[in-house]
Design a protein around this ligand. Structure first.
Ligand SMILES: NC(=O)c1ccc[n+]([C@@H]2O[C@H](COP(=O)([O-])OP(=O)(O)OC[C@H]3O[C@@H](n4cnc5c(N)ncnc54)[C@H](OP(=O)(O)O)[C@@H]3O)[C@@H](O)[C@H]2O)c1
Length: 260
């Protein structure tokens, strides 16, 4: 049994910790806001009261952004031989800029799939770097897709989210056009679910998806530091216009929520 620490028990970190426990691993969790460790603790995780107390062979970070990852790594005192698995979506440059302590290996493994997929081991993990030592742990969470050297998983993750967010934005605009034409949301979405935007329609109506619009906007910001084609800029504008940035991304599509 490998000892694993999950740092960050937000939506995804809690689901990851719960899944790792359910597959027989020993899991310690830490979160900046201690109250948010309760669900993982109830599922059997140990709770570290400080980052300096975290002691595990595999340390997973699942945090909001690069600033959070830097803050957390600064407080860690990992022993030599630890493998640090960076799962947050922070982009390849931020991954490559991480400076692990001596003897600590870093791999990037951002994930495709939301909370339900994390809880059931149905994620796709896009890995960069040498994952041989952590592959059994990652396989408990989903399908491992080795992308190449450090940062290459983070790069492919931004490709995935460019498609996801622009696809959802295109679907949102298409339903807005349907409304302007007097077409019922349900009729439009049923038709669209069988056309070229089928993947976006499936995602918009998916139960168990909890990827806030604010985090999707953060990912488009990461993309736009590298490339800013018109559809990406347009999708960013669609997200900015949303009334509730804490709601799931699918809610930018009118009528999609009613289909969950
Ligand atoms: N939600 C999804 O469906 C999904 C899917 C794939 C990838 N992702 C990516 O996975 C990552 C986590 O997403 P999430 O949905 O789990 O977000 P979340 O629920 O908002 O959790 C964010 C976590 O980051 C912590 N954090 C933020 N700033 C921090 C700081 N400065 N120092 C220490 N901890 C800090 C938060 O701690 P507090 O509780 O103290 O605020 C919390 O544990 C993001 O990069 C996201 O883009 C999300």
């Amino acid at each position: 049994m490998t000892s694993i620490a999950v740092l960050g028990t937000g939506r995804m970190g809690t689901a990851l910790a719960t899944r790792l426990l359910a597959t027989g691993h020993r899991v310690t969790v830490w979160n900046r806001t201690p109250a948010r460790t309760r669900a993982a603790a109830a599922a059997g995780a140990s709770v570290a009261s400080s980052l300096a107390d975290v002691d595990a062979g595999v340390v997973i970070t699942m945090l909001t952004d690069a600033a959070a990852v830097h803050d957390v790594l600064a407080g860690l005192r990992p022993r030599p031989g630890t493998v640090l698995v960076e799962m947050s979506t922070i982009g390849p440059d931020a991954v490559r800029a991480l400076e692990p302590p001596a003897g600590v290996t870093i791999v990037d493994a951002p994930v495709v799939g939301s909370v339900a997929a994390a809880a059931t081991g149905a994620l796709t993990l896009l890995t960069g770097g040498d994952v041989a030592r952590v592959r059994p742990v990652l396989e408990a969470l989903g399908t491992v897709h080795e992308c190449g050297p450090l940062g290459s998983g983070a790069a492919l993750k931004l490709v995935a989210n460019t498609a996801l967010v622009t696809g959802i934005a295109a679907l949102a605009d298409t339903v807005a056009v349907a409304r302007a034409l007097g077409v019922d949301d349900g009729a439009a979405l049923t038709l669209l679910a069988n056309g070229p935007l089928a993947g976006a329609a499936r995602r918009a109506g998916a139960a168990g998806a909890d990827f806030p619009i604010a985090l999707a906007a953060k990912d488009l910001d990461l993309v736009r530091r590298i490339a800013s084609p018109p559809m990406v800029d347009a999708a960013a504008a669609v997200l900015r216009a949303s009334a509730d940035p804490t709601a799931d991304l699918g809610t930018v599509v009118p009528g999609a929520l009613a289909r969950r």
